[in-house]
Design a protein. Structure first.
Length: 207
């Protein structure tokens, strides 16, 4: 599963870039045809700056613009990965629960995720499960396989940023499995240090 996710992230990132470029091209054609108004102009950058020290603001603006573009691309990739995970998780839950009675309690459904879904997807069980008994559950995996091999020569911050993409599909799997079991809520992955990962699951107290 983890090798599959690594390749899928790269493929979706490439296809997302192509889709974004295609969308911008169509938008430009519609602007030229007078069908939609042109986008707001980008403020011009200062020119003929005397030296690099005086151009810090300009360089910062360019860096910020690039960061915004990358963030938009990453969000598109994250959204598609989570969507794929929703379908995978729902199908896993349906197959694994085929001969079981329906879960009536949220805790039983969460335990099913921690044991059966985790073992089916990542060959182990969750290392730690915590709850406030009010619909919030925290699932912790101390060595989460999809991010256990991640690293970056750019440092820890970049590694954590990349890891957030690789846990989008697992978050979708958890959410999709719970949804198929009749429990609808939110799943938020959190990474503070690799390869540890926690998933905060919020479900209605009474379903």
């Amino acid at each position: 599963m983890d090798y599959f996710v690594i390749e899928m992230v790269n493929s979706i990132r490439a296809s997302s870039a192509v889709a974004t470029a295609r969308s911008k091209k169509i938008e430009q054609e519609m602007v030229e045809a007078g069908l939609i108004p042109p986008p707001a102009p980008i403020p011009p950058l200062k020119k003929d700056l005397p030296n690099a020290r005086d151009s810090v603001t300009s360089l910062g603006s360019r860096t910020t613009s690039k960061a915004l573009v990358f963030d938009e691309e990453d969000e598109a990739v994250r959204s598609r990965l989570e969507s794929i995970g929703l379908h995978v998780g729902a199908n896993f839950a349906e197959r694994l629960c085929r001969d079981r009675p329906l879960f009536s309690e949220t805790l039983d459904a969460i335990k099913f995720i921690c044991k059966d879904i985790w073992a089916a997807c990542w060959d182990k069980q969750v290392d730690n499960l915590r709850t406030n008994h009010r619909g919030v559950y925290v699932l912790q995996d101390n060595s989460f396989k999809p991010i256990s091999r991640l690293s970056s020569w750019e440092g820890r911050a970049e590694s954590l940023k990349r890891a957030k993409l690789y846990v989008a599909m697992p978050a979708g799997i958890i959410k999709g499995a719970l949804s198929r079991l009749g429990f609808h809520g939110t799943v938020t992955p959190e990474i503070s240090s690799l390869p540890q990962c926690t998933f905060q699951v919020k479900l209605p107290k009474n379903v």
